[in-house]
Every structure is written in structure tokens, then in C-alpha cells.
Design a protein around this ligand. Structure first.
Ligand SMILES: [Zn+2]
Length: 281
């Protein structure tokens, strides 16, 4: 997953759709039409904002020009600590200001959601495979955390000093991620008839998974908090890269064949991924 949480400018996306119609004009016309300014009279970019204040917090904003971008894409960095904006090359500063103004409400809502998710030690709760578990201290000081059900409620029993709860819970999530991912990767790789190398688990803040050209797979163990169909999608996505090392149509066809709920899972990650990255242990 390269873009787990992004907001694409629908206005520009609409323009792009129109351009893809059979009556699409030539490339040069397209560029002009999109931004309403003839190429030759385009002014040098204005000074750009370096921070955006949302919900009383100043968030650093990095702006990246991409010659291939046809629209603006705003991303909340994992954990909600910073923003990144990708823009078409040469886009005037006022377009950037207008875009940020238009998306202020979106940012407020999304960041509030990110801030809500505190550490399990504070909230006394942790979501495991999409199911919220209450954390219950056993009073013992040693032992692995254990999932069970108490009084009809999913519960994670934790044995440690209160200050070590976060560590015990994250250790448990790592074990869950490892168990689930190994099972799913084996299953999907067998379906494709492709061998894979090693599987490793990281706490990267930039992506959910990766696949090297040697077939070594890597996952963020935080995916253990997501519902099962999302975990399945992530496994299918990286396994599909064993066949297609790109994100082209053949790749997505393979991914969907392995995981029929691909579209739904992508949407789930886009809407909820930042919350999982924001949980501090
Ligand atoms: Zn990918």
C-alpha cells in the first residue's frame, strides 16, 4: 500500500475523467483547461504555506511537485503529525491555498479521529482483528497476554506491572500478525503457485507492506488491529507482487482474484488506517 490515507481533490479528478472521454483534447489543451491559465502566461509559483493550523494544532506541511500528477493529493502522515501535499508541476500558489481552504473541514474531521485513539494503557481497550477487547490486569507479573471472554466481553488478560501494559499489548499484536500473515501468505502463494522468501514484521510509519524482487515480504504488525478481511487483503496484495511487481491492471486482477473484498479493504484502510498508526504503546 503506497497511499493508505489520502484525500484526492474531486474537482480535479472530475476534470481528469472528462479528459479521458473519447473527445479528449490534445495534451497541451488539457493542461490549460484544467487550471484555467494558458501555459505561456503561467507565473512562477507563489511562496507556499509550510504549516497548516487544524483544531488549534500547527501541522508541518510538505509540498511535492510531481510532473505526472494531474490533481492535488493531500495526505495525513501516519499518526497525524504532519501533512503532505502532492501537486502538478507549476501549479500556482493560489490554487494550493484554495485547495487547503476547501479541505479544512475534511482535515478537522480526520485529525480529530486520529487524536481520539490513545494508548491502550490509557483507554483500557485494544482492537484485535477488528474486535474491541477490554484489557484486564491479572495481578500477576509474568506471562504472555491472553485473549479470552469474561462476562460475555472479549478481553485481553495482561500480566505485568501497569507501566508495561503497552509493551505487553504490542507484543501480543505482533504474535497475532505473525500467525495470521503466515497462514494467509502461505495460502495465497500456493494459489498463485509462487514461492516467497522471508516474512518480516516492522513498525514502519509509511506503509502497510512491501515485497522485494527476491520475494521477501514485510508487513506492519499494526495490521493485527484491522478486521480479518483487511488483513487478508494486505497478504493478497503483497503476494500478488510476487507475480506482478507493479500496480498495473494485471496486478489488481491478481489481487482481486486472491482477495475478492480488495476494493472494500482498500476503502477501509483509507478511512481507518491512520487510526491504527496513531495508537501509541
Ligand atoms: Zn503494492
Amino acid at each position: 500500500m503506497r497511499r493508505p490515507f489520502c484525500c484526492e481533490d474531486r474537482r480535479f479528478r472530475r476534470n481528469r475523467r472528462q479528459e479521458n472521454s473519447p473527445a479528449a483534447p490534445f495534451e497541451s489543451d488539457r493542461q490549460t483547461r484544467m487550471f484555467g491559465i494558458p501555459r505561456s502566461t503561467r507565473k512562477p509559483a507563489a511562496p507556499r504555506p509550510v504549516a497548516v493550523t487544524v483544531n488549534g494544532r500547527e501541522l508541518p506541511l510538505s509540498i511535492r511537485e510531481n510532473a505526472r500528477a494531474t490533481r492535488l493529493t493531500l495526505r495525513i502522515e501516519p499518526g497525524g503529525q504532519a501533512l503532505r501535499l502532492t501537486i502538478p508541476k507549476g501549479l500556482p500558489g493560489r490554487e494550493i491555498d484554495a485547495f487547503l481552504t476547501r479541505h479544512h473541514g475534511w482535515l478537522m474531521t480526520r485529525l480529530a479521529r486520529v487524536e481520539e485513539s490513545g494508548s491502550p494503557a490509557d483507554t483500557g481497550k485494544i482492537t484485535i482483528r477488528g474486535v474491541e477487547h477490554r484489557i484486564q490486569m491479572t495481578g500477576k507479573l509474568r506471562g504472555l497476554a491472553e485473549q479470552t471472554e469474561l462476562d460475555g466481553m472479549p478481553t485481553l488478560l495482561v500480566s505485568c506491572l501497569p507501566e508495561h501494559v503497552g509493551r505487553r499489548v504490542s507484543d501480543h499484536l505482533k504474535r497475532v500478525a505473525k500467525t495470521e500473515m503466515e497462514r494467509l501468505v502461505r495460502h495465497h502463494a500456493a494459489t498463485l503457485g509462487k514461492p516467497f522468501g522471508s516474512i518480516s514484521y516492522k513498525d514502519t510509519k509509511s506503509r502497510w507492506g512491501s515485497c522485494t524482487s527476491e520475494g521477501n515480504l514485510s508487513f506492519s504488525w499494526r495490521i493485527a488491529m484491522a478486521p480479518d478481511f483487511v488483513i487478508d487483503y494486505l497478504a493478497a496484495h503483497e503476494v500478488a507482487h510476487l507475480k506482478e511487481m507493479n500496480h498495473g491492471p494485471d496486478f489488481w486482477a491478481t489481487c482481486k482474484a486472491l482477495c475478492p473484498r480488495t476494493k472494500e479493504a482498500k476503502r477501509w484502510l483509507k478511512q481507518n488506517g491512520s487510526r491504527l498508526f496513531a495508537v501509541s504503546f
